[in-house]
Design a protein around this ligand. Structure first.
Ligand code: SF4
Length: 418
């Protein structure tokens, strides 16, 4: 079977499957006639193996090799028959996005910049933040869902970069795959474990505007054959795309966070412009509807996390705290105050520690769990979008430099000829 024929057959069999598996075939960047298996959920992988004339259970076996053991070479998948391994080499690949920059901070924070296309604008970033709590050591990975973002929140570095495109499932789950592997490089294959304990879809982009790819990736995170994460440890953070919050509620049970940042419409219209389309009177009931679908004891829908960035003199007064208490009085919620991390040319400053603590006290006294996010990774540009900005600047400088060298060389060639 030629690669092209295989891909056609595979696309056809995927499109014949039910909605959950009907996605376009993800191809390998280095060899576009092959299928990239990294971003396929188990139902999708089952369809893939059936299209090869194989049994469905191969999907679980290969998922384990990819996501639990970090293996990308089919020859190492020793519980697959030699013939199948040979076939897979011809028609498939396991390809994570390219890491163009990584920084590991002394406090354990790790940050990666991935290239997901050509040019300086095709970069996304991922941050891993370790912490200790009563359940032991946590490693929380903040994953991006889009290249840039169209929503243009006024305090956000990513918003200033504009929207480029949605990430594919392979590019989304690839961020988790790379983060896990960064702890496994020197560990023999059979002894590798899943290191990242929590995921927050809170990096670059609005995840609900890349719905299918994000939900498909979260299914891989929850799958026991892949990362086996608990529903409560996978959180989707939205700025408030109300209709898609309802769809999320219908399709998957994960924890929900809302990037609120303001307790009234007037201020939120300025900070989070999507509020003009879906104001608080629609957003808060949508959050309540999401929780109302509580799936029992193990459900992740016990409360909503409210993200609130503290901007000096903008949204951090005691009056704002009182409005926030009033707004959330009917919504089971935990509030996370985030000290603003200014980026170059940011129009805001960070609230003082005293102001943040006074705000926290008022909200806590009203009966809410209200925490202050500790600033981590200060030595590696912790604010989302900042590192991408720097790497993009360097890439642009490098491109300009290459062009100027090429122009100089061209000039010399012409002079020599002359
Ligand atoms: S805060 Fe989130 S939704 Fe708003 S512009 Fe930034 S990435 Fe987009």
């Amino acid at each position: 079977m030629s690669h092209t024929t295989f891909n056609d057959a595979h696309t056809e069999s995927l499109s014949q499957a039910d909605d959950m598996v009907a996605i376009s075939t993800p191809v390998c960047e280095k060899d576009p006639v092959k299928v990239n298996l990294l971003g396929l959920s188990r139902p999708e992988l089952e369809v893939f193996f059936e299209s090869l004339g194989e049994k469905k259970f191969r999907a679980g076996q290969v998922m384990k090799w990819i996501h639990q053991f970090g293996v990308t070479d089919f020859a190492e998948m020793t519980n697959l028959a030699g013939k199948l391994r040979d076939k897979l080499v011809q028609v498939a690949c396991i390809e994570a996005p390219e890491v163009v920059h990584k920084q590991f901070s002394q406090d354990g924070t790790r940050k990666w910049v991935f290239r997901v296309g050509d040019g300086a604008g095709s970069l996304v970033e991922t941050v891993l933040i370790p912490a200790h709590d009563k359940t032991g050591e946590r490693k929380t990975l903040c994953i991006s869902s889009q290249v840039g973002c169209a929503l243009d929140c006024s305090f956000c570095s990513t918003g200033k970069q504009g929207f480029q495109r949605d990430l594919t499932p392979a590019e989304i789950i690839g961020q988790l795959w790379v983060a896990n592997q960064s702890y496994m490089e020197d560990v023999p294959v059979g002894e590798r474990t899943r290191t990242v304990t929590n995921v927050v879809m809170m990096g670059m982009g609005e995840p609900l505007l890349n719905f299918d790819a994000v939900v498909s990736s979260m299914r891989i995170m929850l799958d026991d054959f892949a990362y086996g994460m608990s529903k409560r440890r996978v959180t989707l953070s939205t700025s408030g795309v109300v209709p898609m919050m309802d769809r999320l509620g219908e399709e998957i049970d994960v924890a929900l966070a809302i990037s609120l940042h303001a307790p009234n419409d007037e201020l939120r219209n300025e900070l989070v412009p999507i509020n003009k389309k879906y104001p608080l009177a629609e957003l808060i009931p949508a959050a309540r509807r999401y929780l109302a679908r509580d799936g029992g004891l193990e459900s992740a829908r016990k409360h909503v996390t409210i993200e609130y960035v503290m901007l000096d003199g903008v949204n951090d007064s005691l009056d704002h705290a009182k409005q926030l208490i009033q707004l959330l009085h009917n919504l089971p919620s935990k509030i996370n105050l985030i000290p603003f991390n200014p980026f170059p040319h940011a129009p805001y400053g960070r609230s003082s520690n005293n102001r943040i603590k006074a705000f926290q006290k008022l909200v806590s006294d009203a009966g809410f769990v209200c925490t202050i996010r500790t600033t981590r990774g200060d030595d590696i540009d912790a604010a989302c979008g900042q590192l991408v900005g720097q790497v993009a600047d360097r890439t642009r400088r490098a491109e300009r430099w290459k062009k100027s060298v090429a122009a100089r060389q061209q000039g010399e060639i012409l002079r020599t000829r002359g």
